[in-house]
Design a protein. Sequence first.
Length: 221
Amino acid sequence: MSIFQIAIDGPSGSGKSTLAKGVSKALGIMYLDTGAMYRTCGLSAIKKGIDPSDVDAVTDMLKSMSLEVKFVDGEQHMILDGEDVNGFIRTPEVSMAASKISALPVIRKAMVDYQREISKSESFVLDGRDIGSNVLPNAKYKFFLTASAETRAERRLLELNGRGDYSQNYEEVLRDIIQRDKQDSERAAAPLVKVDDAVEIDTSKITIEETLNTLLSYVKE
Ligand code: DC
């Protein structure tokens, strides 16, 4: 079978990663979580005491930073300067740093080049904000997920709590989601947008299973 790519874009908490994992499993293709790459850049800035919005400092950081995506038994591992940082990139602090640093074109160019390189040799489902619009404009299938900010905040809180992270309450999670939405969709470089050829699915009122089935029905057509 020939190689193909599936792009899943949408704001945080819209269900992208759960769905992308489901698609990857159902179709037996690889999954690349591009948000994890921006999160790793954000973590690097935090570790080095750099302001994630400071272009000059981040440009310098990029020169000496080693960021690697490794797949172990199909699972993505983020390696930052030789260390597996998967366990450190899902905190609220890193989420905010990732949103800020991902607005910088110098970071986006490096990550997008790497994403294209990774996904060209095998069939992949990628999730992010700009996959269908920018990373892989020729992806065979494109989906754009939406959900209300309140629904997404509830999901994010459950996810954080599920990992034993109780550092934020519902109001704080909601506030962060609204702020990140604004940053991610108003930035000049590859903002979050739905492209015309993407299928839009509102996940607010349907379950993950239903959304997955809807998505797969397009792919199998
Ligand atoms: O999907 P996520 O929440 O893990 O993404 C973390 C941040 O990275 C998010 O605020 C926006 C940014 N991002 C991006 O700009 N482009 C992508 N393709 C993926 C994520």
